[in-house]
Design a protein around this ligand. Structure first.
Ligand SMILES: O=P(O)(O)OC[C@H]1O[C@H](OP(=O)(O)OP(=O)(O)O)[C@H](O)[C@@H]1O
Ligand SMILES: [Mg+2]
Length: 179
């Protein structure tokens, strides 16, 4: 598994440091708001777990599973809800937790869904951001690292469901997905 990685972009320690910074900012901004923090499964599961431990104000959380990449390194362009939220979002302060924004299609779809359900506010925290690949205009309210235009895996992100358990984020060797 480790030999399939071309370059490690950010180590486990660097990622944890960034998450602590994000948590401090979010703790200030969500004081007294009891946000509903939504994890976008599967990719964001590790980030969500590490992030909420760094947010020091009361919050609730829920999970939504969506998918558009399947077994590919390119978005299919069609975002499917595989598991919906358990609780209503009407009147709630929503914080969407995403691992990565690439084309922006997943998040623009989700934001649209939550707006139609009358959330009070909707903000996005994304650990990784690949602005070079955007096909729809979208910027996270809280952002971790900007990544180069390469297919990356680890820290929750997969290629064909593999590599999610790597503790760092790295570039996958192109020969792995082009063979
Ligand atoms: O900005 P985009 O181009 O839409 O890409 C970002 C989304 O793609 C990945 O999810 P994927 O659809 O692969 O599902 P997964 O989280 O289960 O891996 C990733 O976890 C983000 O949710
Ligand atoms: Mg994926």
């Amino acid at each position: 598994m480790y030999s399939d990685i071309q370059d490690v972009l950010y180590s486990e320690e660097q990622i944890q440091g960034k998450i602590q910074e994000l948590g401090e900012q979010l703790s200030k901004d969500y004081e007294g708001k009891n946000p509903l923090v939504i994890c976008v499964l599967k990719g964001a599961f590790i980030f969500m777990a590490d992030l909420v431990k760094q947010i020091k104000v009361p919050l609730e959380l829920d999970f939504m599973a969506v998918s558009s990449y399947g077994q590919s390194t390119k978005s299919s362009g069609v975002v499917k809800i595989i598991k919906d939220l358990d609780v209503p979002v009407e009147g709630r302060h929503i914080l969407i937790v995403e691992d990565i924004i690439d084309s922006g299609l997943t998040l623009s779809y989700l934001i649209d869904v939550l707006e139609r359900r009358n959330a009070k506010t909707i903000s996005v925290v994304a650990l990784f951001n690949k602005p070079a690949r955007r096909t729809v205009e979208l910027e996270p309210d809280y952002a971790g690292y900007v990544l180069p235009d390469e297919f990356v895996v680890g820290y929750g992100l997969d290629y064909a469901e593999k590599y999610r358990n790597l503790p760092f984020i790295g570039i996958l060797k192109p020969e792995i997905y082009s063979t």
